[in-house]
Design a protein around this ligand. Structure first.
Ligand SMILES: Nc1ncnc2c1ncn2[C@@H]1O[C@H](COP(=O)(O)OP(=O)(O)OP(=O)(O)O)[C@@H](O)[C@H]1O
Ligand SMILES: [Mg+2]
Length: 226
């Protein structure tokens, strides 16, 4: 078991209950779509996973370790086991494709030789060979998201977390990004992805967890939904 939520409730300081008694488990190797209307709590759920937010009540375990009780000094170690992909890419504009990836590895203490080898591997994996020295501003949205994904997997995370990774992309480009995520998942990385894109989810045939007003209202595989 990779992720366990036990009765997790999150009330923000303004009194909004973003998650309401959420309990669920995610196995190693799963691919999970997180769905639900705007404001349902998807991003809040995702932020809980890498401890950007902590629950008001309840427990969260990652690899059987409580990340609620975790000391602040242990958080960087937790985050090193995760890769995060954002809707707006969040690339460093003054760094090249290769430098963006290398930077993510440097901050976790990787050595230069490893960085060079791995950067080249992940650039190939996401289909950006030849773009190593381009700056984000010189790339299309789809290409920038490929860099975002390459950066997220550079440190070989156990868990890849994506909050609407295709939200800013057209349908065809979103399909390509999904293929890439499925590919990464097939190689063993667990993926949790929040999305509004019903068509993508339907095609995917994966487990779908639906939140509404902070509650899990359904949790099933795509086949069961039809
Ligand atoms: N930092 C915050 N402080 C206070 N309230 C917040 C905060 N972040 C989110 N919320 C509120 O919590 C609720 C859930 O928000 P969240 O961002 O998790 O929804 P979401 O499902 O990701 O929505 P969307 O599909 O629009 O991205 C919303 O009512 C939102 O206004
Ligand atoms: Mg959101």
């Amino acid at each position: 078991m990779l992720v366990q939520f036990y009765n997790v409730t999150k009330v923000y300081r303004n009194g909004v209950k973003a998650l309401n008694d959420v309990s669920l488990k995610i196995d190693r190797g799963e691919f999970i779509f997180l769905m639900g209307p705007s404001g349902a709590g998807k991003s809040t759920f995702i932020k809980m996973l890498f401890r950007e937010e902590v629950p008001t009540q309840g427990q969260i375990f990652i690899s059987s370790r409580s990340i609620v009780r975790m000391k602040r000094s242990e958080v960087p170690h937790l985050r090193r086991s995760m890769g995060v992909v954002f809707q707006d890419f969040k690339l460093l504009e003054n760094k090249t494709v290769a430098e963006n990836i290398a930077f993510a590895m440097k901050v976790v203490g990787a050595g230069n030789r490893e960085i060079a080898a791995r950067t080249s591997d992940v650039i190939n994996l996401v289909g950006l060979k030849g773009k190593e020295n381009s700056f984000p501003g010189q790339l299309s949205g789809g290409e920038q998201q490929r860099v975002g994904i390459a950066r997220a997997i550079a440190n070989r995370p156990l868990l890849l977390i994506a909050d609407e990774p295709s939200g800013n992309l057209d349908m065809a480009t979103a399909d390509e990004i999904m293929e890439l995520l499925y590919n990464i998942n097939r190689k063993g990385t667990t993926v949790v992805m929040a999305t509004h894109a019903r068509e993508l989810v339907k095609k995917g045939g994966k487990r779908i967890i639906t939140l509404e007003a902070g509650r899990v209202v359904s949790d099933m595989c795509a086949l069961e939904q039809q």
